[in-house]
Design a protein. Structure first.
Length: 149
């Protein structure tokens, strides 16, 4: 190769590098600002879903802890009082739930169906979770305990 071609090759390479640098510098200052990277919206969606699952887990665990801390003598009243303290975190009350007690073979199943949902709002995402719960108590409650009133 001759010297003139070599010099021209260096000039073209240098000009190309400068053009790329200027393009990216100008592109950063374009109006519209936000740059969406590949998968960014999916990550936001999964984070919102995870937050909803955390709410469901919190309500389930709160119900189990409330049941464990309640005595058998006045179970229903103690259970609902303790549960209401946990539900305040998500602006729920015990009156938002239809709680049913089913007794069978030395255990009691407690099912709480919520009439109110918890809404998670993020950028362009609205996700609603109905925080129902189902727990099991290792003792049988009888109607003499005023559970079913």
């Amino acid at each position: 190769m001759n010297k003139k071609a070599f010099i021209f090759l260096y000039i073209c390479t240098f000009a190309f590098i400068i053009a790329i640098a200027m393009f990216y510098r100008i592109a950063d200052f374009q109006p519209g600002g936000d740059v969406n990277y590949f998968g960014q919206k999916e990550i936001q969606l999964f984070e919102t879903y995870q937050e909803g699952e955390n709410i469901l887990y919190y309500i389930q665990l709160s119900a189990q802890i409330s049941a464990d801390q309640s005595s058998q003598d006045n179970f229903k009243q103690e259970f609902e009082t303790k549960l209401s303290k946990y539900l305040e975190k998500y602006n729920l009350t015990v009156s938002d739930y239809t709680i049913s007690y089913t007794t069978s073979e030395g255990k009691t199943d407690i099912l709480g169906l919520s009439s109110k949902s918890v809404t998670i709002e993020k950028e362009n995402i609205i996700y609603r979770v109905t925080p129902n719960f189902k727990i099991e108590v290792p003792f049988e409650l009888s109607s003499s305990n005023n559970v079913f009133e």
